[in-house]
Ligand binder design. Structure first.
Ligand code: SF4
Length: 379
């Protein structure tokens, strides 16, 4: 187990970022914040996917005016992204948000920063400050002769000087770039100097597959070195994919548990079954299950059970049939199209034995459903 860098704890609503707390998975809505129902709907969907902290854009007073209602009904602590206008920060604090994202260097002077910090302190609101390589002020780049890492550090350190002037320390820092290596270097350099918790992300990472890879490489390397207290995987599209990707990164590094891990072989000339379809079926079956099981879908019965011996439960495909195995031991053989339903039955049995939860496979919805209420004799 890697040792995590010790950072100071920052309270954000009912969460703690830093101080050794579990790494927080966050995302951002892409709805118009003024459309309250749509925004709350997206927050609910993200919470169901496992998101723990949600950021909303607050570009103007009209959006700020909707924050009260969003905060009131949101299932997650809300972060207001207010960009440059300190009045929006004050309105957001007044609306009850848990954290404000702002750039203290861009909100019109030290007095305004002090006003926002004082309000944040009085209301138990955290601040996120930071630098983005793409939008760094030219002065920093000139001062450091184009050295982006040093320029970003200097920008953040100037911001820190402003917001900590009166002893405020509920601050999360982000240092982002669309360049993975730059992101790694600047976060490592910051973590050497400071103990403020770090929000990690690769900015403008791109469409789903490209953004996921860039984020997994950048965030993975930092997290493996014990750096990072909250993560956002920025992807173009449905933000629920950001949450799924974030958990896959954290699960791969044994930093968080979040539902089953499904492994699948790449297939080779031995495979005589439609493996991709089988894997998709298993993924669909387990997508809402909270149990941290290790599941395997393998292409052949010759090597599959052996190669996936560490799996709690697995399928090894044969010719129009397959084996279901548990911890490397073969449980049963099933012909297609019975293979997936049989796997679901064995999975339900495993969950019952391991977690004491009664599930039943509903073939029509392709879901494992809890049985308890029905068995309790309601009707
Ligand atoms: S499990 Fe079988 S089909 Fe899959 S890669 Fe290994 S040998 Fe090939």
């Amino acid at each position: 187990m890697m040792e995590r860098k010790q950072t100071r704890p920052v309270r954000v609503g009912n969460l703690v970022i830093g101080g050794g707390a579990p790494i927080v998975v966050q995302s951002m809505t892409n709805t118009d914040t003024r459309a309250v129902a749509a925004t709350l709907g997206q927050i609910e969907a993200l919470a169901a996917a496992g998101c723990e902290l949600i950021r909303v854009a607050v570009p103007d007073q009209e959006a700020a005016a909707k924050l009260k209602e969003i905060v009131r009904y949101s299932k997650l602590p809300v972060v207001a992204d207010i960009h440059f206008d300190y009045r929006l920060a004050l309105a957001a604090i007044d609306a009850g948000v848990a954290k404000i994202r702002l750039n203290p260097g861009n909100i019109g002077g030290a007095d305004r920063v002090r006003t926002v910090v004082r309000a944040a302190k009085a209301n138990g609101v955290a601040l996120r400050i930071g630098a983005n390589a793409g939008s760094l002020h030219r002065d920093y780049l000139t001062r450091y002769k184009g050295d982006v890492i040093q320029a970003m550090l200097a920008s953040v350190e100037d911001q820190l000087a402003l917001v900590t002037a009166d002893g405020f320390d509920q601050i999360v820092v982000s240092l982002k770039s669309s360049d993975v290596v730059e992101t790694i270097e600047v976060n490592k350099a910051f973590a050497k100097r400071w103990d403020f918790p770090l929000h990690l992300g690769i900015t403008e990472a791109g469409i789903r597959w490209r953004g996921t890879i860039k984020s997994a490489v950048g965030l993975g390397i930092l997290l493996q070195q014990g750096i990072g207290d909250t993560i956002r995987v920025s992807l173009t599209g449905d933000p629920r994919h950001e949450v799924t990707a974030a958990y896959e990164i954290l699960k791969a590094l044994h930093l968080r548990e979040h539902g089953p891990v499904v492994v699948a072989c790449p297939t080779c000339g031995r495979c005589q079954i439609g493996l991709e379809e089988l894997v998709e079926g298993v993924e669909e079956l387990v997508q809402d299950l909270p149990y941290p099981l290790h599941l395997a879908v393998m292409g052949c019965v010759v090597n599959g059970p052996g190669e996936a011996a560490r799996a709690d439960l697995g399928i090894a495909g044969g010719k129009e049939a397959g084996l279901i195995f548990r911890n490397g031991e073969i449980l049963r053989k099933e012909k297609q199209p019975r293979l997936l339903p049989a796997f679901a039955e064995e999975l339900a049995r495993l969950i019952r034995e391991k977690y004491g939860v009664n599930l039943k496979f509903n073939q029509a919805d392709f879901r494992l459903e809890e049985l308890e209420e029905e068995e309790g004799g309601k009707s």
